[in-house]
Design a protein around this ligand. Structure first.
Ligand code: ADP
Ligand code: MG
Length: 316
């Protein structure tokens, strides 16, 4: 009884039996899930699986065909019931960030902050510039920024007035690899520290695996899995989920990642190497067991046509 009470008490975002279609084809069918306060929750799925649509529905952009969305005690309603889309407690960074191009980065970030306390406002803008690593661009006009820099301004602006919940749609998609790693760490750390509930739509496992408390997988309009990254990594239910985490094999009906298949001195799995791919600190080796292609990781390249024995080495 107590557990049930706590569950409802903590579940700040509740999505119940959501159905949605733009026209006739259902994009999302019978979607139900809950997200706790301060939680980092990822929505993953292939391109076209409905991630952006779901994020927009959580924001109240469209009317549902069926079902309900609640944030705490407030029902999130679409334009039919809500004149102005959006809520004070919720911020949304879309895949197309809409900024003011002719004003500076600082002004964009501070756009929703009060002018009553100019010193506090400037201090806050400085803090936000640091979170998104844009200090050198404080006075640059937004129209002069790259796509990735604009995306960072949009993120800073969304967290400026500390929302209770933030919806991020592919938040780092325009940001290059040089900046992505550190920005991702700094933003997700900031959101966790402030206990801002964070929903991230992404197809990048690096946005998820080290940061998400829970992840949900969408496929063909439905939820195919919902659990912790560790649960889904260790027990992928299907090929789609396994492939999200990396190169994998199906051996004896189990999913075996390339790093869980190792060369040994003798085994039942004799493979013939067909190619070695350089990966930095290791090589991804492509080989054949009979007619079946397998992938495994190895510290050194292996010459083509070499015969090797392989063993599965993974936690039970
Ligand atoms: P994802 O973000 O996972 O790539 P989307 O939510 O953008 O997926 O799209 C899901 C499906 O909905 C796709 O088939 C897409 O073509 C369709 N879709 C998206 N936006 C619209 C729209 N405004 N009108 C009609 N169909 C749309
Ligand atoms: Mg999308």
């Amino acid at each position: 009884m107590q557990a049930i009470f706590l569950y409802y008490f903590c579940s700040m975002l509740q999505v119940k039996n959501l159905h949605f279609a733009y026209k006739n084809t259902p994009i999302l069918k019978d979607i139900s899930f809950t997200v706790n306060t301060g939680e980092h929750f990822s929505i993953i799925g292939e391109s076209g699986s409905g991630k952006s649509t779901l994020i927009k529905l959580l924001y109240g952009t469209y009317d549902l065909n069926n079902g309900h969305i609640f944030w705490k005690n407030t029902e999130i309603l679409g334009p039919k019931y809500n004149l102005v889309v959006g809520y004070e407690f919720m911020k949304y960074v879309s895949q197309e960030f809409d900024l003011m191009p002719f004003t500076s980065v600082s002004e964009n970030i501070g756009a929703f902050l009060s002018n009553f306390f100019p010193e506090e406002k400037q201090a806050r803008i400085k803090e936000l510039l640091a979170v998104v690593e844009l200090e050198p661009y404080a006075n640059t006009k937004v129209k002069e920024l790259s796509g990735g820099q604009k995306q960072r301004v949009a993120i800073a602006r969304a967290i400026a007035k500390q929302p209770e919940i933030i919806l991020l749609d592919e938040p780092f998609s325009h940001i290059d690899n040089f900046k992505k790693q550190s920005l991702r760490r700094s933003l997700f750390k900031y959101l966790k520290e402030k206990q801002i509930t964070c929903i991230v739509a992404t197809h990048d496992k690096d946005d998820v695996i080290s940061f998400s408390d829970h992840m949900m997988v969408l496929n063909e309009a439905e939820i195919v899995a919902n659990g912790t990254p560790k649960e889904l990594y260790n027990h992928p239910k299907n090929e789609l989920i396994a492939s999200f985490f990396g190169e994998f094999n199906i051996i004896n009906e189990q999913f075996v990642y390339a790093n869980q298949l190792k060369v040994c001195s003798n085994s039942n799995f004799k493979a013939v190497v067909t190619k070695s791919y350089y990966k930095g600190y290791y090589f991804l080796i492509e080989a054949l067991i009979g007619n079946n292609k397998v992938f495994f990781e190895h510290l050194n390249p292996i010459e083509m046509n070499t015969e090797v024995f392989l063993k599965i080495d993974k936690p039970a």
